[in-house]
Design a protein. Structure first.
Length: 586
């Protein structure tokens, strides 16, 4: 045997030393749920929700205002409120007018008056008297059977309970942050005098303008830095700074170029209006000078698509600011064509004004900035009537029609074959890879017990976890996740070869879902979208999940449209478990 050369030894040493950078980031430890033992009971308050585990391993989500008793092994009694159970080992739920037996699946039970409603999102449940309810169906307290709405809509109250340890720590700049220091690095005394939010909502989109005025209490000028992280799926419109009453529009540059330009302007003792894009969705504005005992006014605008489902739209402005109190806070909301829109705000007290449409106003003195501003809008859904809208933008006119047909739900959802295409190329850093792993884990946990799955990693080459689709058991899923966690993040992505490799694995007699996680940016082979779309396995529905800020939206959209599939984007700083649950429900 030839001895290893020195260069080979060094190569192996470097590989071992950087091994943690070549695989996914370790999974964060999640807080263990409360253990509810036989004989114990749990009562939640009007605003309290709880995540508990029973002694047989069943995970139980308990809504506010509920009362649960662990009456015997593998059984609970629900006297009021609502629970959502995820079990692989079986569970009996005794509720008013109901005796629900779950052999394996996910079921919601809610007390309604003297009876109980049941909804099944995975598996099936046996109801008395000998009535089987399959996934996708529900019965109300009167025993009327009807198809379920989207599970993430039905179980929206579990969202905060689904959220585990975040992959990315919460931004310290949430709601905005102004950091001002003197030449010695000491924090300057700056106050937030005014903070006004102007929100315009129209056809599922919101434009938010933040108008804020700061005051420098120091007797000398200061230099400050303003940070602001945009919400997911938001685009920055403009940033304005007022200098001696003159409006200055900010230009946007990347970090390195911005630093050089800033120093040049600062040396000339002029006020720069320069906005830097740091990373992800965080922007940075350097402000010089903050004049002594004078105000500085900043205006920032961004546009975002709002989550809308079944006629309900939610708007949220994040809480938090480095200056935790504002002398005068106000918010104006205008909802275009909102005459018939019902609204509520669980966070702030709004009043309707007498202007046309739906106009809301709220204000406060010496207000804290520690609560998200949440506004819920509900518009009647008319399934058989089209809706029209038109607008003007940049000199062009746009016309839109929305039509929601009434579709019949299948009696039983057919078994599915899940083909997981996991990008493991060198452009996937450990954080992005961990995000992809967690999406796969949570997505397949929501699949039906009779489904099958097959996992492959794609880079320069394609590596399969198994030679054929496997049954979706907890043991097989754990093995597949371990395979992904060990995947090395190296090489370039040959997307066309990866799509070709999946062609033989489309299972006849089953719905085949090709779930693609990564960027969708082909570095090897043809990057042409029509060429890649033609390589999609015949008979498979494509589900594209762009993970990270850099993703090929055009390809994923084209692939989804060509196969009747779906595409979305999920970022590491979002609640991965809930986004995956919503993806499965969609």
């Amino acid at each position: 045997m030839r001895p290893l050369t020195l260069s080979c030894v060094l190569l192996f040493a470097l590989f071992a030393e950087g091994a943690e950078r070549l695989t996914s980031k370790p999974a964060p430890k999640r807080t263990e749920p409360l253990l509810l033992k036989v004989g114990q009971e749990l009562a939640t308050g009007p605003t309290q929700k709880q995540r508990v585990r029973l002694e047989n391993g069943t995970l139980l989500f308990v809504n506010a205002g509920s009362h649960v008793l662990a009456s015997e092994p593998g059984a609970i009694s629900l006297s009021k409120g609502e629970v959502y159970a995820e079990t692989n080992r079986g569970l009996r739920i005794k509720a008013p007018g109901r005796d629900v037996l779950i052999k394996g699946g996910h079921v919601r039970v809610r007390v309604e008056g003297t009876g109980s409603a049941v909804a099944v999102t995975r598996g099936s449940a046996l109801l008395n008297p000998e009535q089987t309810l399959s996934a996708g169906w529900s019965v109300n307290a009167k025993n009327d059977k009807q198809p379920l709405p989207r599970a993430s809509h039905l179980l929206d109250w579990t969202q905060e309970l689904h959220a585990g340890s975040p992959l990315v720590p919460a931004s310290s700049y949430a709601g905005g942050s102004l950091q001002a220091r003197d030449a010695n690095g000491q924090e300057a005394k700056i106050s937030l005098r005014k903070l006004h939010l102007d929100v315009h909502i129209e056809d599922g989109f919101a434009r938010t303008t933040i108008d804020q005025t700061y005051f420098n209490h120091e007797s000398s000028q200061r230099e400050a830095i303003f940070y602001f992280p945009l919400p997911p799926d938001a685009s920055l419109s403009h940033f304005v700074m007022y200098v001696e009453g003159e409006r200055m529009e900010a230009g946007m540059v990347d970090r390195d170029h911005g630093r050089n330009v800033y120093e040049t302007i600062r040396n000339a003792n002029r006020d720069p209006a320069l906005l830097e894009w740091l990373d992800g969705s965080t922007f940075k504005m350097r402000i010089f000078p903050l004049e002594p005992r004078m105000e500085k006014r900043l205006i920032l605008s961004y546009t975002q698509k709002l989550p809308t489902l079944y006629g309900q739209t939610q708007y949220r402005f994040p809480a938090g600011h480095s200056l935790q109190q504002v002398e005068h806070w106000s918010c104006a909301v205008n909802v275009a064509n909102g005459q018939k829109v019902r609204w509520q705000s669980p966070s702030h007290k709004f009043q309707e004004t007498n202007e046309a449409g739906l106009c809301l106003w709220a204000e406060g003195k010496n207000a804290r900035t520690d609560r998200d501003l949440v506004l819920l809008l509900e518009q009647p859904v008319l399934p058989d009537e089209p809706r029209f809208a038109q607008t003007k933008l940049d000199g062009a006119e746009y016309f839109m029609m929305r039509y929601q047909p009434k579709l019949d739900a299948p009696a039983v959802r057919p078994d599915r074959n899940w083909l997981i295409l996991f990008e493991s190329s060198g452009d996937r850093d450990p954080l992005l890879a961990r995000t992809q792993v967690e999406i796969v884990r949570h997505l397949l946990q929501q699949a039906e017990p009779g489904d099958t799955f097959l996992i492959a990693t794609a880079g320069t080459r394609v590596r399969f976890h198994n030679d054929k689709p496997m049954s979706l058991t907890p043991e097989n899923l754990a093995s597949g996740i371990a395979f992904l966690e060990k995947a090395h993040l190296i090489g370039a992505l040959d997307l066309g070869a990866a799509l070709d490799a999946y062609r033989p694995h489309v299972t006849q007699g089953r719905e085949t879902m090709l779930v693609h996680l990564g960027s969708g940016v082909a570095a090897l082979g043809s990057p042409q979208i029509p060429t890649l779309v033609k390589k999609l396995p015949a008979g498979a529905q494509y589900v594209g999940v762009g993970v990270g800020r850099r993703w090929n939206r055009a390809f994923m959209r084209a692939a989804a449209e060509a196969t009747g599939g779906y595409f979305t984007q999920i970022n590491p700083d979002e609640p991965i478990a809930w986004r995956s649950f919503d993806l499965a429900a969609t």
